[in-house]
Design a protein around this ligand. Structure first.
Ligand code: GLA
Length: 665
């Protein structure tokens, strides 16, 4: 259920007028009208103002703001402020403060300073949300509910007494019988067998590595506790305002490791995502694209909301680079291209005080006589021009397998190499596909893959048997699956699948691994073949023993010289490919071979500075480079200037052209 209002693309962001004198509201409203802001998120961190002391609710100050915005035609995304529990709650119930894995109870003064399992926090949450919901249930300005803020960031796991009590209950529900838990956790290893539930603790800091299956379950449990805290609020709001969508904003699909967003997305009426650029990464627009594609994917392909991004610099990275002219526009339109029906920011007006005073806003400290404000006004106009994009869908022929549980498991301690990380491989494949101008969906390994010509499984370390069978069926039915090393190694309890690696995928890939040979830091090994014949690889080498698979490329040097590095296995109507290393060069070429084999069409010879995405009838052409780029074969009308195209379109450096298919005159 996407919010009905505002019409078109929502534009605006977090608005914190409580930080400003009353007269600034008038100025802000005027500026919102100037820029075409039509949606703001209010009240996110205002619990202490909404409930100044226990049970005393004060919404008068907020009424004035909501009414004024409504008068001005700005819709309200009303937040429940539970990410900022007030001082009185913490003083009265110090046990709501979370405890870190190291055993430190955190203090008051930041945010997210309450444990999602603490009874006093849950009770106070329910009371406040009910009061808020009852107060605003009939207010015409309120078009959606924004619960909490970025669950999981920074509070992922809590190790307090309430968490441990809830954890034991969770385990009992999951395993029923303590011997089932002992089996699942491999408790005979290091003599950890439990006789009864109260013996079980959270996987606290230890002088060595803690049982990985226990840690994996704790990650699942902790994420579930936050989801329960969300659901508590959502259910109250749904009861009071059944027609109003409820959501919470993800702390960046690709960046918040602790939240399993496949599970989260099922609980939301509309998926909402925050994304902040990694300022120093020169091609950070690729990370942005990946975040947006993952948001669309967890939304099941439905339009989603970009709930926050930044107009300029953030303030929490080591070096907070301001956005260059045009960059905010490119960023915003890239999110829309990839399925967002909103362009919202943190925050409308840059704060003068507090922890985020050096964070940009739509209205910067410099005021409106600034390049930034002029860009904001221009963006508002652009988005009005894109109103018809709303609701349309992006189609992808290629998918990447993404599973948070595998992500968690892969990055627990004591793996064969510290260089094995989930994002390292996913990013490598995503980037190569992005540069091939391929739009990618992300999929859970148990999903229906039948709509994809190619599925890539990078470092799918944890793979349940049922998911492995799913991959098998996909290939047999004609799919193309590309698996990279260290995939299909363990089951859902981090127990190695029986027999030689990769236990879950041996048959499908037509090979087994005799031995892992991780490389030294900075070591590279040469590969045979390839266009230039000079490709090298890093991080990983292993002894592949084909059993049906055919070598396509071999290791030319290193511990596995003369043995396969890249193989192909035709199975049923499809093909399973396996890449046993991390190419430094040549990944794109290798992927291109798989894409060609699968008949995936894409523009050839187009500069990889140009981002090309199709959404419904609209083609987005975003030039991230310093030179003009000409794209061939574009037919339609340019949305921003009305120019008709039938053939080549030249996109100036840094510019965005959106072309909508229109019938020939
Ligand atoms: C997050 C939060 C916001 C704000 C921004 C700053 O996304 O949700 O409240 O702190 O970061 O970048």
């Amino acid at each position: 259920m996407y919010p009905e209002r505002p019409a078109g693309i929502a534009f605006g962001g977090d608005y914190n007028p409580e930080q400003w004198p009353r007269e600034v509201l008038e100025e802000d409203v005027a500026l919102m009208r100037e820029a075409g802001v039509n949606l703001v998120s209010l009240g996110m961190f205002a619990w202490a103002l909404m409930e100044p002391s226990e049970g005393r609710y004060e919404f008068g100050w907020l009424d004035e703001i909501v009414d004024r915005l409504h008068e001005a035609g700005v819709a309200v995304n009303l937040a429940t402020p539970t990410a900022a529990p007030p001082a009185w709650l913490v003083a009265r119930h110090p046990d709501v403060l979370p405890v870190t894995r190291e055993g430190t109870r955190i203090g008051f003064g930041g945010r997210q300073s309450a444990c999602s399992s603490a009874p006093a926090f849950l009770e106070a949450t329910a009371r406040l949300v009910r009061a808020l919901g009852e107060h605003y249930r009939d207010h015409p300005a309120v078009v959606m509910w924004h619960v909490h803020n970025e669950y999981g960031a920074p509070l992922g796991e809590c190790y307090c007494e309430h968490s441990v009590a809830a954890w034991r209950e969770w385990l009992q529900l999951k395993y029923c019988d303590i011997s089932a838990l002992n089996d699942a956790w491999g408790a005979t290893f290091w003599g950890q067998t439990y006789g009864d539930w109260p013996e079980i603790d959270a996987p606290r800091l230890n002088n060595t590595v803690v049982n990985p299956a226990q840690r994996l379950d704790y990650a699942r449990f902790s994420d579930g506790e936050h989801r329960a805290h969300y659901a508590l609020q959502r259910d109250i709001l749904r009861e009071l305002t059944p027609g109003i969508p409820v959501t919470t904003n993800f702390a960046g699909t690709v960046n918040c490791k602790s939240a399993d967003l496949w599970r989260w997305a099922r609980e939301l009426d509309v998926v909402a995502n925050d994304h902040y650029l990694k300022a120093e990464r020169p091609d950070n627009h690729i990370d942005l694209a990946m975040s947006a594609d993952l948001a669309r994917s967890v939304a099941g392909g439905a339009p989603w909301m970009l709930m926050e991004h930044s107009a300029g610099a953030v303030n929490w990275q080591p070096r907070n680079l301001a956005k260059r002219p045009g960059e905010m526009r490119r960023n915003s339109l890239a999110h829309v291209a990839r399925g967002s029906d909103s362009v919202l920011f943190f925050q409308f007006r840059a704060s003068r005080f507090g922890a985020e005073k050096f964070h940009s806003g739509l209205v910067p400290h410099a005021g409106t006589d600034s390049e930034q404000w002029r860009e904001v006004v221009r963006l508002g106009a652009d988005l009005r021009g894109l109103a018809e994009v709303r609701g349309s869908r992006v189609r992808a022929e290629v998918a990447i397998v993404w599973d948070w549980e595998s992500y968690w498991a892969l990055e627990l301690d004591w793996r064969p190499s510290v260089d094995l990380t989930f994002r390292e491989r996913v990013d490598a494949f995503y980037e190569a596909l992005w540069r091939e101008h391929i739009t990618v969906d992300f999929v859970h390994p148990s999903a229906d893959f039948s709509g994809y010509r190619v599925v890539v499984a990078p470092s799918s370390y944890l793979l349940a048997e049922a998911s492995a069978k799913n991959l098998h069926r996909y290939v047999e039915a004609g799919g193309n699956l590309l698996v990279s090393y260290f995939s299909g190694i363990v089951d859902e309890h981090d127990t190695v699948h029986p027999g030689a690696h990769p236990g879950a995928l041996r048959e499908l890939l037509g090979l087994s691994i005799e031995e892992f040979h991780p490389l030294r830091e900075h070591e590279t090994v040469a590969l045979t073949g390839g266009g230039t014949g000079a490709d090298t690889a890093r991080i990983w080498s292993e002894r592949v023993r084909p059993a049906g698979a055919v070598p396509v490329r071999n290791f030319a040097a290193g511990p596995d010289a003369g043995h396969p590095a890249f193989t192909r296995h035709d199975l049923g109507a499809g093909t399973a490919w396996y890449l046993a290393t991390a190419p430094v060069t040549g990944l794109r070429e290798l992927l291109a071979g798989v894409l060609d084999h699968a008949g995936v069409t894409r523009p050839r010879g187009l500069s990889d500075a140009l981002e090309l995405v199709r959404r419904g009838a609209h083609t987005f052409l975003i030039n991230h480079g310093d030179d003009p780029v000409t794209v061939e074969g574009v037919t339609g009308t340019s949305v921003f200037d009305g120019v008709r195209h039938d053939g080549p379109v030249t996109v100036p450096p840094g510019a965005v052209v959106v072309v909508v298919e229109t019938p020939r005159p």
